[in-house]
Design a protein around this ligand. Structure first.
Ligand SMILES: [Mn+2]
Length: 331
């Protein structure tokens, strides 16, 4: 931390560049807090727009100041920082030279610059920034603590994916300062008014096998493949359901999302058996995905009507599934 301060001057204008996921957003914000009175100006800029509604909810509810990098005059800034990534991760950053790099992804090639702190021993960069704050005896505001807490929560996937002693320590510390209601609202913000009409469509189109605890939905044309994921997850929350398969057509292809409770089931192998020969398909026990370009179906289907596609998908899934004892019936 001392070393970081030693490379900065009060006249410095600092630009912090991020790819906006919760870990990066919260880490950049903490760095801004740490350096607020140490330099002249600090701007946090994102390389790419985030479309994830939970991330947008985080930015909005916690009032995190972010700007698009494309709208900035980079020459205005005297120092450049990047957190939770390294410059070589993004081709558009290769021409820039960074003064500060703080990250937890393992270093691929040696980086020569004024300040580098890479700690693969942290499950999240937010852990590292929490440690910086503590070492400087800065108590985070509720919003900043909530952001960092959420950053660690998502990067470690609630400590199911990874998470070290240091992550747990930071998490426990931040817990004293967070607002849990905001965390819940951020985490559950996955739908917008623009896409809830697909629920209505799905309720009308769903085909349920009561006997085999399965549900299949073909949505027809969709304007975002994420809705298949949201609906497949949603249907798996139904007590009687242990398999859910939601499909739709997007641009020049069919998207099929599989979810299962994973108990003696394998969504990945079902997806592969059903669609592996005519598209890309794969996944693991609980979740899988297939994408089938229309171009590959030209010899198999007379026309691409909703009804033709629906019965084609159902046929492929049922045929593949019968080898696993998977039979889909409509009621
Ligand atoms: Mn991260």
């Amino acid at each position: 931390m001392e070393q970081l301060l030693s490379i900065l001057d009060v006249k410095d204008k600092l630009l912090i560049v991020i790819s906006p996921d919760p870990d990066a957003i919260s880490s950049a914000w903490a760095l801004k807090r740490l350096l607020t009175r140490k330099v002249h100006t600090i701007t946090i800029a994102f390389i790419r727009e985030t479309k994830r509604l939970d991330n947008l909810a985080m930015i909005k509810l916690l009032r995190i100041p972010l700007k698009p990098l494309s709208g900035l005059d980079i020459s205005f800034y005297t120092k450049l920082a990047i957190v939770d990534s390294q410059p070589h991760h993004f081709p558009e950053l290769e021409s820039l030279s960074f003064d500060i790099i703080i990250d937890h992804h393992p270093l691929k090639s040696k980086i020569e610059t004024s300040f580098v702190d890479i700690e693969p021993d942290c499950g999240a960069t937010a852990t590292l920034l929490t440690e910086y704050l503590r070492s400087m005896k800065i108590k985070p505001s509720t919003y900043l603590a909530t952001a960092l807490f959420y950053g660690i929560k998502t990067d470690t996937q609630n400590f199911a994916l990874r998470g070290t002693e240091r992550d747990i320590k930071a998490f426990r510390y931040l817990f004293n300062y967070i607002n849990q209601t905001l965390i819940r609202k951020i985490e559950t913000s996955e739908l917008s008014l623009d896409n809830i009409h697909y629920f209505k469509k799905a309720f009308n189109a769903m085909q349920v096998s009561w006997r085999y605890h399965r549900i299949f939905v073909f949505l027809g044309e969709i304007d975002n493949p994420d809705i298949c994921v949201i609906l497949a997850d949603f249907f798996l929350r139904i007590y009687e359901i242990s398999w859910s398969i939601v499909a739709g057509t997007y641009q020049d292809r069919i998207i099929v999302i599989f979810r299962s409770d994973g108990y003696r089931k394998n969504a990945g192998s079902l997806a592969e058996k059903a669609f592996g020969k005519i598209g890309q398909a794969g996944g693991h026990k609980e979740m899988a995905r297939a994408e089938i370009p229309f171009g590959n179906l030209e010899n198999m289907l007379a026309s691409f009507t909703v009804e033709n596609l629906r019965s084609f998908l159902l046929h492929q899934i049922t045929k593949a599934g019968s080898e696993n004892g998977f039979i889909l019936r409509t009621n």
